[in-house]
Design a protein around this ligand. Structure first.
Ligand code: URA
Length: 258
């Protein structure tokens, strides 16, 4: 497997740590401000401090050298009956599909799929990318193939979803949903493309129009699809082109706002 190194000559300290998989932007900022990060003998508490490339190897966290292992980007065809979690005392998790050699490298899933949902699940140790891919800011699409029970969906639901609507399925809860694209396949199947990822969103949207999801498969996440013949439980590394595409989709060239 190849991996991708993406360091430029000068970079903000928080960006370097985010790119190295040390957590989300807010976790990293907090960590730096707490005074555990040093560059050479100097404790650096400003997350925005510009570090020149020749000092990258002098960065330490709580006295330990920054691990410059490059980023890993994987796409799993998540099987049914599997939790999107690292560990669980009772149920199988996606961790079992990560090759042994890549375990312990800080990989986590980009967002979540439900226990029974199958299909595209990205995993990475690039905290910054993960944060951006799950942020509603970039309107990245997620497409699902839905099998449902109940009366066939029709043009009324297509137009309701395309306009966006307010979901009130829990007492006291008002969830504003962005426009989504519903495409009818036959009397029990449709595809639904979302530009956001609220909890159990597909099931809740389908339930809001009186139908019930019986099977859910994600066939695309932010333009990434399964490889031809990629079976449930199989994991592959993203190609360099896919990584470049993802980075440009979530504007990873932009500065981290202070
Ligand atoms: N929406 C759902 O309801 N479940 C998923 O797993 C993903 C999207």
């Amino acid at each position: 497997m190849t991996a991708f190194i993406c360091y430029n000559s000068n970079m903000r300290l928080d960006r370097i740590l985010a790119n190295s998989g040390y957590g989300t932007r807010s976790q990293i900022k907090k960590m730096i401000r707490s005074g555990v990060v040093s560059v050479g003998d100097t404790v650096v508490v400003d997350p925005g401090t510009d570090i020149t490339e020749d000092h990258f190897s002098n960065i330490t966290i709580s006295g330990g050298k920054l691990d410059f292992s490059s980023h890993i980007y994987l796409c799993l065809n998540k099987p049914d009956r599997c939790l999107t979690a690292r560990k669980d005392p009772r149920l199988p998790t996606v961790e079992q599909f990560i090759p042994q050699a890549l375990r312990g490298k800080g990989l986590s899933s980009v967002g979540r799929l439900d226990y029974h949902t199958t299909g595209v699940l990205l995993l990475t140790n690039d905290g910054e990318m993960s944060h951006r891919l799950t942020s509603p800011k970039w309107h990245l699409t997620k497409s699902y193939t839905v099998t449902y029970s109940g009366l066939p969906l029709g043009p009324e639901e297509v137009s309701r979803f395309s306009e966006g609507f307010i979901l009130k399925d829990k007492p006291g809860d008002r969830l504003i949903l962005a426009p989504a694209q519903l495409t009818l396949i036959d009397d029990t199947h449709c595809t639904l493309t979302l530009s956001e990822g609220k909890t159990h969103q597909v099931k809740r949207m389908i339930a809001s129009v009186g139908r019930s999801v019986t099977d859910l498969h994600r066939h695309e996440f932010a333009g990434i699809r399964l490889a031809a013949g990629q079976k449930p439980g199989e994991i592959r590394e993203l190609t360099r082109d896919e990584v470049v595409y993802l980075k440009s989709s979530c504007k990873m060239t932009e500065e981290i706002p202070r």
